[in-house]
Design a protein around this ligand. Structure first.
Ligand code: SF4
Length: 228
């Protein structure tokens, strides 16, 4: 482990004290202003309106809803995810700019919950996209949702909410799970390998047999023509 003087520095942290102060300031700001995209996949979504409106008022702690993944920081998955919906969830996740965070609400996102025997649902959300935090329960109350959001904010402030990096570092494993569920021709109009390279997160786990298969079937990404 690197050190400053005798003080150990956690892996991934910069050793320059000024750079560390700057990083911590950025993390503090990020943690206090989160835009949340809530993907209401299951019945847990019913507890979000009270969490967001005047009774519990999520906005007072710095969390606002966002309508587009392009400007969202947090993706909230609110319950069981059908195989069909999971495709949209992955596409939504991949469109979000990094750093990005995922919260799985409800026991169904942890292990399939009461739908664990269903042929139509994905059981463990974290097999397909990295999950920062689960809020378990069937269904968790708004207090639990707010508590979970506060935990995420604390993790971001302390530089511990880094699950998004795992998607780049181990993309081949995630893609393998996705291909197992959706078939060998599964693809999204994104380039995760190029993003991993851009963020300096390209590792041996980024590429592998599953990305090789993707390269064989992938439709080339072409710029869209702008039309008014
Ligand atoms: S955990 Fe319960 S409330 Fe939540 S999605 Fe599953 S069945 Fe619905």
């Amino acid at each position: 482990m690197k050190t400053i003087g005798n003080i150990p520095v956690e892996p991934g942290r910069r050793t320059n004290p000024l750079a560390r102060v700057f990083d911590e300031f950025v993390q503090f700001c990020q943690s206090r202003s989160l835009f949340m995209l809530h993907y209401c996949t299951g019945c847990g979504a019913i507890e979000l309106p009270p969490a967001m409106t005047s009774r519990f008022d999520m906005e007072r702690i710095g969390i606002s809803p966002m309508v587009t993944p392009r400007q969202a920081d947090v993706l909230l998955i609110t319950g069981y995810v059908s195989v069909k919906t999971l495709k949209r969830v992955i596409l939504t996740y991949e469109q979000m700019p990094s750093p990005k965070y995922v919260i799985g609400i409800c026991s169904c996102t942890v292990n399939g919950g009461m739908y664990w025997q269903s042929y139509a649902t994905a059981k463990v959300l974290a097999d397909y996209i990295p999950v920062d935090l689960y809020i378990a329960g069937c269904m968790p109350r708004p207090e639990a949702v707010i508590h979970g959001m506060r935990e995420l904010m604390k993790n971001i402030r302390e530089g511990r909410a880094e699950a998004w990096k795992d998607y780049y570092r181990n993309y081949d494993r995630y893609l393998g799970e996705q291909q197992r569920l959706f078939g060998d021709r599964w693809q999204t109009p994104t380039d995760i390998i190029a993003e991993a390279e851009q963020y300096g997160l390209l590792t041996e786990g980024t590429r592998g047999e599953h990305t090789a298969l993707l390269e064989q079937v992938q439709t080339p990404l072409l710029p869209e023509e702008m039309r008014l």
